[in-house]
Design a protein around this ligand. Sequence first.
Ligand SMILES: Cc1cc2nc3c(=O)[nH]c(=O)nc-3n(C[C@H](O)[C@H](O)[C@H](O)COP(=O)(O)O)c2cc1C
Length: 194
Amino acid sequence: MRLRNKVQRPDETTGPDGRAQPGAAGPGAGDMRRIFGRFATGITVVTAGRDEPCGMTANAFTSVSLEPPLILVCIQRNASMHDTIGECGSFAVSVLAAHQEREARMFADHKRPKGKGSFDEVDTVAGPYTGAPVLSGALAWVECRLTTVYDGGDHSIFLGEVQALGHSETADALLFYDGGFHRLEPGVLVSTST
Ligand SMILES: Cc1cc2nc3c(=O)[nH]c(=O)nc-3n(C[C@H](O)[C@H](O)[C@H](O)COP(=O)(O)O)c2cc1C
């Protein structure tokens, strides 16, 4: 099989003698974005804070453990959400439905209003555990107690224990793939199960 858009492999940073080659570098941010763009994900808006809430679009979200119920989100160190989660000790994650692309773009815009004002044009309800805004019409939502923060390079990895959760009747998901937004609708799903 031919590999397209081949980028630097870690073993190419060393010469035939196994020693480091001068000037050889690992993958850059562009390579990482391009390659991981091939990993289709859902999209979430992470929120924290009751009176001065903060929201941010994130797709680095995953379920970690069932017993205890743990999830993680990875947040850039320089994002406003980074310190807000630490200060609140809790956060909520709304998994976006297909009709919420506007919200996904809004909470990924560095120039958006910050604090309460960033939710002026978004329909939300206060999460029962965190008090943070949960987006109405989201596919699913979880609320977490922050348990541990791990170093993740230019991001931090926030591990949360799920305290409350729910889902809507909507089934159409918003996806991020190959640098763009997509919709996953049951009518156009190609099932691989027999
Ligand atoms: C589809 C999508 C997914 C994103 N996922 C993440 C993520 O998982 N973690 C993260 O830190 N930033 C992520 N971002 C970028 C942030 O949403 C964006 O940089 C935001 O403006 C950061 O907040 P700030 O304006 O307070 O710095 C994502 C953006 C998009 C469009």
